[in-house]
Design a protein. Sequence first.
Length: 313
Amino acid sequence: MELMFGYYVRLRLRSGGRLLKELGIVRSMLLVGLLAFAVAILCKVEASWILPLVCLLVIGGYHQTRKDRDFLRRFTDDVSLFFLCEYLLLSLPFVVIAGIRGDWVIALCIPLVIGWIPFLRPVRFRTIPVRLGFLYVGNMEYIRMFRRMGWLYLITIGVSALGCLHGNVRVAKAGMVLWGIIQSGAYSYVPDAHLLQKFKSYRILQRELWKANVWNASVFSLPFGVMCFAVGFRTEDVLFFFSCLMAGVFYLQVMALFRWVCPVSAGIVVIQLAVCIPLFVWTCFVWVGCLAELMIVGILSYVIWIKWKVLWK
C-alpha cells in the first residue's frame, strides 16, 4: 500500500509538471501568483469557519469529479483507504494555515472531517437539456456563443438589476453596452467557405443574417430595456435603448459579414478592436452613428457579392 501510494504521488507530480510545462512560464507564474494570493486571503480572513469550508469544498469537489477509481482498483484492494491518504495529504496546507492563524481546534477538526469523504459515494447528476428557442434563432454561431457566455449574461443582468434597485440606471446602460460587445463573439472566427453553399442565393444569406441578428439582439436587450424604463420613461433613456439596440443589430451584421471578407482571424480581431467596438459604443450614445454602421454593412454586402457570386450562379 505504501509503495503504491508513493508511485501514485510521483505520477501526480509528473503530471502536474507536464501540465505547467504545456501552459508555459507566463501562465504558470500567473497560476502560482493566484495560488499565493488565495493563501494570503485565507490567512488574513477573520471568520474562522471559512477555512474548513474552503477545504471541504476543494477536496469534496475533487472527490466528486475524479475519474480514476476503476484504474486504482486494479492496483489496490482498498480504494477508500488510498483516497484517505491522498485527501489527508491535500488537507495538510489548510491545517498549516489554521496553525499559523492559531486556530488549533480547526486544525484538529479538518482531518477528522476530511476522513469521511473517501467513504462517501459521489453524487451523480443528470442534466436535461432545455430548449430555449425563444432566446435565439437562426445561425448556430450565436447559439454556441450563448452556451459559452450565458453565465456572463446572467451576471450582467443581476448587476444591472441591483443598480436599478438602488436607482442607478447607468448600471443597466453599461450592462447593455457590455453585452452588445460580448455577443459579437459569435462571429469572431473565420468560417469555411463551403458553408455559404447551404444558402441557395445571396438574398437568402442576407435574409437569414438579418432575421437572426435582429431577433437575437432584440430579445437579449429586452431585460435591459425593462430596467431602464423601470425608473420612468425619460426621453434620454428611451433614446439610449433604441439607439443601443440598433447599434447592436448593425454591429452583429457587420461582424457576420466581415468574417466572409477577411480570411484571417487576427485581422477580424484587430478591426473589431480598432473600428467596430469604438463605433458601436459611440453609436449607443449618438444615434447618428447608425448611419455609419449601415454604410459599412452596405460596403461589406457589395464586397461579399463580388467575392462569392460564383457560388450562386
